[in-house]
Ligand binder design. Structure first.
Ligand code: C2E
Ligand code: CA
Ligand code: CA
Ligand code: CA
Length: 266
């Protein structure tokens, strides 16, 4: 059989080399794509789940790759983060999003994702506010999605950044909530508008995992107490939507309501 006779470590070395080459190729591709501004936002509606009324959209990064077609972040975000290139990609994307907001989208808010490392950079808030003011877009129409890592990693700085943004109207959503540290006692110290309940718990609803139900209940109760909004992520079925409505969850997003779509398609 193929590979017979080679010892395990040789096979392993080869696999490591292939992986290293793949990453270097991807990184070089990514640099070229940054120069070519080859990124575009796809928009997924965020809705009131009981009746489907659209409240806003989440902008999701897509890379229009010259040979491989449209790539979702899962295929390159790791390399983008390790190389630090994700920041440049993000700024290109935010510029596109804000341009769309200025020219095409009139209804509701748009939320953009911010990687934790990017959020930490000192001029993040001012640069974002600068883009908005250059394009004459009301900052209150833009929201940012950050994760718990971004908050707790350098809490004083996170607080300054969030306060600066909020004083101009840019609200913050906490993404993938329930999967991270969930240092609940800290939550009320930060100006957070909304918790996005991670998709894994919504998926757990359809397999009626009691833990998922318990986590969603707990998050909704916590958010209610702190007067923070919630958005359930990854709603794919009517059964999931109905269960969430029963639990008192008001807002959500997921394939049931709409997949991410490019501007040309919307
Ligand atoms: P996320 O912020 O949690 O985004 C939600 C992901 O779930 C998106 O994947 C979306 O397409 C997918 N999704 C939405 N509804 C459903 C559903 O009903 N079922 C299932 N199975 N999936 C659903 P996507 O677009 O591949 O993005 C993956 C992750 O990449 C995002 O997770 C976010 O962490 C990151 N990302 C996306 N755009 C950006 C960006 O502009 N900048 C940065 N730094 N990260 C981004
Ligand atoms: Ca997100
Ligand atoms: Ca999420
Ligand atoms: Ca995620």
């Amino acid at each position: 059989a193929k590979g017979a006779g080679r010892d395990r470590s040789a096979v392993f070395d080869e696999a490591m080399r292939d992986e290293a080459t793949r990453i270097l190729d991807l990184e070089a591709d990514l640099r070229r794509a940054i120069n070519a501004d080859a990124f575009e936002p796809h928009y997924q509606p965020i809705v009131r789940i009981a009746d489907g009324v659209v409240l806003g959209h989440e902008a999701l990064l897509r890379w229009s790759h010259e040979r491989r077609g449209l790539l979702a972040p899962g295929e390159f975000i790791g390399v983008g983060e390790d190389s630090g290139l994700i920041e440049q990609v993000d700024w290109l994307l935010y510029a596109r999003v804000i341009q769309d907001m200025a020219t095409a989208m009139t209804e509701g808010y748009v939320s953009v994702n911010v990687s934790p490392r990017h959020f930490r950079s000192a001029d993040f808030a001012d640069r974002l506010l600068g883009l908005l003011s250059d394009a004459n877009v009301d900052p209150a129409r833009l929201r940012i999605e950050i994760t718990e890592v971004a908050l707790f990693d350098d809490a004083p700085r996170a607080l300054r950044t969030l306060s600066n943004l909020r004083s101009h109207g840019v609200l913050a959503l906490l993404d993938d909530f329930g999967t991270g540290f969930s240092a609940l006692s800290y939550l009320h110290h930060f100006p957070i508008e909304c918790l996005k309940i991670d998709r894994s718990f919504i998926a757990g609803l359809s397999t009626s995992q009691p833990e998922s139900l318990a986590v969603i209940r707990a998050i909704l109760a916590l958010a209610g107490t702190l007067s923070i909004d919630t958005i359930a992520e990854g709603i794919e079925t009517e059964a999931q939507r109905d269960a969430l409505v029963q639990l008192g969850c008001v807002n959500g997003q997921g394939y049931l309501f709409g997949r991410p779509q490019g501007r040309a398609a919307t």
